[in-house]
Ligand binder design. Sequence first.
Ligand code: MSP
Length: 648
Amino acid sequence: MPDRFYITTPIYYPSDNLHIGHSYCSVAADTLARFKKLTGHDVYFLTGLDEHGQKIAEKAAQRGKDPQSYVDGIAAATKELWRVMDVGYDDFIRTTEPRHERAVQRIYERLLATGDLYKSEYEGLYCTPCEAFWTATQAKDGLCPDCGRPVHPEKEESYFLRLSKYQDWLIEYILSNPGFIQPQTRANEMLAFLRGGLNDLCVSRTSFSWGITLPFDPKHVAYVWIDALSNYITALGYASDNDELYQRYWPASVHLVGKEIVRFHAIYWPIMLKMLDIPIPRQIFGHGWLIIDGQKMSKSLGNVIDPAALCARYGSDAVRHFLMREVPFGADGNYTHAALLTRVNADLSNDLGNLISRTTAMVAQYFGGTLPEPSAITPLEEALGARLLALPTEVEAAMDSLQFSTALAAIWRVIGECNKYIDQTTPWLLAKDPDQRGRLATVLYYLAEAARFVAALISPFMPRTPQRIYDQLGITEPELKEWDSLKSLTRRTVGHTVTKGEALFPRVDVKKELSELTAPAAPPEKPASVPDEAARQDVPAIITIDDFEKVKLVSAKVLAAEKVPKSDKLLKLTLDDGAGGRTVLSGIAQWYAPEAMVGKTVALLANLAPRKMRGMVSEGMILAASDDKGSLRLVTLDGDMPAGSVIG
Ligand code: MSP
């Protein structure tokens, strides 16, 4: 019976269309799923959307939509993105689906029955974007320790999970199962967190209704994280009439998650499963973030990269290769267009492209397009053959520890060796000497075999390219594409019709691409009068006074101003905000000289999340009016007011 392999991605928040950071995890999961299929496992790959919670409800309201139709739109866009990126999941679960909602209700009932779920009262500091409560020590300066945005006090009658009871069990489990949380640094973080002591977890909310109602107390909805984590079993039919998939695939082989949500997966989730007497997942792997100039991608920073646009330009295989090759899985990595383009040209167009085009062109030219039978081999072929036969094991070892970039590096080392082998054997000189015909045949046969090995081994990473290689090599037999066919070199390819096809990856003009990629997107055309369409673009919705009250505007006096080195746009302002002072970086240098700023009283958005720019932290934003012709004027106060006066 084949080994079972159940792999999951986090279920993403549909708070906006997904960006390249989200696709990073999905591509990794898809690659591993494909690799496990290739190596004969019975694989199940789950992804989906986390559609409940206050944040989503607020986002929908901002767009003037009801939450369900809002998330329906994002769900359709997400599925389309995965189609474009060849993320071939087996199931896509949405937490608003009845199958999930029913099962989560059963889970709460079962937890209540164990006595580990109990009712009490909660008071704490809540971060709405993260849907998480914090203590005052955790939320230093009133800011969420995870995302840096302001938290607010919240008190409610709630249900709690008795986490504290399982703290020692989990510490023991982590210590005796070193593979459970990976990479090891994340396991250490979790152990430190656990040793700090676990508070019981508040797992119900009464302050909003966009969630799953608790069947035994309908004022309450399920805490989004319990709702969300449950997806990994509800999608398999746990607590439903048909739990065949659950019986077959649970426990999960690996949950791939970003590093900031390891805690939910490695602490809350196993404890919750333990309470339910369900086996816990075999591994939680916390990967790093793709960052842009040292910052996390976010719509408000305007640095979001759309993976679909990149796929449309360079092909999804190129984007997938970049994502898996560029950064060791587990570490953070900076995304730049230049790095992507370099990979396309160096790895794909040069290394891989050249190997295939040189091999097929030479078979076409010297053997009329029929792959010849090899004759005697030399130490060069012996060495190349040994390298090819060792490669699958090397790749498998890297994949088993989720080191995608190591696996690709190993494949590309062999591609490099093949290109070197061409230079060493100089087939174009052999072709001039009729006595060397046998030698030439051997060289081309080995190259064609190398191309076959490479095609099979890259298939989990780049699902489209292998078929293009097989087409050029004339390989139609499914068995010659399988893992087992990489255990030996085969003569079955001899006699195949080989054709030189189009270049697999045409070289890109880096300079031209960079200028086009960084050019601002054309403004969307305004629809005549379709209200729904207007809601889909970023037209601000009507807000209530409560919404406005979340914005803290105060008067602030500019004490000092200076230009930020190496920036044409930024001024660094030292402000008296009536609360101890702060630094704000403002993009006004083209309109205001530093000396003209000193002494002005400006309007400061004081509760904006701090933002890192050019190695400095900007703590807020000063307001200005700008028009579409490029003019900008600051908002100043009409007369004298002390710094820190509330505006509004
Ligand atoms: N809904 C929760 C997950 C619940 S799973 C039971 C959530 N959603 S999320 O949309 O905010 O994030 C989903 C995943 O995307 C996280 O693992 C997160 O780390 C990942 N990424 C979001 N931005 C990212 C990058 N820029 N880079 C890499 N991954 C990032 O959390």
